[in-house]
Design a protein around this ligand. Structure first.
Ligand code: ASP
Length: 310
């Protein structure tokens, strides 16, 4: 048995596989890698792994990280080209004594050394979107409805882990890193407390080290309250400083398998399963005094979200 939470509707299928593994007694990291690989391998998801949208030069560059909540070990890859499952590379890096965060060519060579096979990540569909959009290049903007997968898992021994995987912002500068592979910003987990993971505009999420902030708040607050306090206070600060807060969404789970989420956008979906539950797709909603509530996604909601993400 175990529990998990992951960003966006795209995590639904992988979450089912992950829960099956947890129910079969497998450890949290196996479940998490299964969930994330399911998305990385699916060519239809335009923001993660194979079929991800490319940078301005038409090259797909992937960012990913893994963190173990028991010993706080961490591995990350940034701007990794031609490797389909960066989460597996990040996991292996978390086992190294040093050199845990590799970028670009160094990350690629490490993956090859570990036996990963090179592969062209740009699908025909992503290439077409790239060519269409390059002609009307405007401000960089996180794509609506289908972004980074960020996931927290706890298993029946209470061992927690967190992971992320993304192709980052569409049409980003070559070599650009966002929050997703960065410990403390895109993800953080401590099995003594809980874990959190973010999605949205990396340049804003990094300013607040928001996943670390949420985990520290969970020492005294529920996951849902911790997400609300971190996202809404930080969004207000960004509004004061810059006149606007760009997209920020966060999911969190504590070591009892209780979960929460918060967002400063209207259409944030996520997948969650408490201990002993099947994963379900939820939509985040803002209620009275900005307190969050979560509704189960209806068939219509899912059809609408699928149209956005495929
Ligand atoms: N946070 C990711 C990045 O900035 C993108 C996303 O989650 O949409 O690269």
């Amino acid at each position: 048995m175990g529990a998990l939470i992951a960003t966006w509707l795209m995590a639904e299928n992988g979450a089912k596989k992950a829960i099956d593994l947890l129910n079969a007694g497998k450890p949290s990291h196996k479940a998490l890698i299964e969930l994330i690989k399911d998305i990385e391998d699916d060519v239809h998801y335009k923001s993660v792994g194979y079929g991800g949208l490319p940078n301005r030069e038409g090259v797909v560059e992937l960012d990913s990280a893994f963190m173990d909540g028991d010993d706080l070990s961490y591995g990350g890859v940034g701007a990794l080209k031609n490797i389909k499952n960066p989460i597996e590379v990040a996991y292996l890096l978390s086992k190294e004594k040093a050199n845990n965060f590799l970028v670009g060519q160094g990350a690629y060579e490490y993956a090859l050394d570990k036996g990963f096979k090179p592969c062209d990540l740009l699908s025909a569909a992503s290439k077409k979107i790239y060519e269409d959009e390059m002609s009307k290049l405007d401000d960089l903007k996180a794509y609506d409805g289908h972004d980074t997968v960020g996931c927290i898992v706890v298993d029946d021994k209470g061992k927690m882990c967190a992971g992320t995987s993304t192709s980052g912002l569409f049409l980003k500068h070559a070599g650009r890193l966002g929050d997703s592979a960065l410990i403390g910003s895109g993800l953080y987990v401590d099995s003594a407390i809980g874990g959190a993971s973010a999605t949205g505009m990396g340049e804003d999420i990094m300013k607040g080290c928001l996943s670390y902030e949420v985990v520290m708040l969970m020492r005294t607050m529920s996951p849902s309250e911790a997400c609300r306090v971190a996202v809404s206070n930080f969004s207000k600060k960004l509004e004061k400083l810059y006149g606007q807060a760009r997209d920020i969404s966060i999911v969190a789970m504590n070591n009892k398998g209780q979960w929460g989420a918060y967002s400063n956008i209207d259409t944030f979906s996520f997948v969650a399963a408490g201990y002993g539950e099947e994963p379900k797709v939820y939509l985040f909603k803002k209620g009275k005094d900005d307190h969050p509530f979560y509704t189960l996604a209806t068939k219509d909601d899912i059809a609408r979200l699928q149209a956005l993400q495929r």
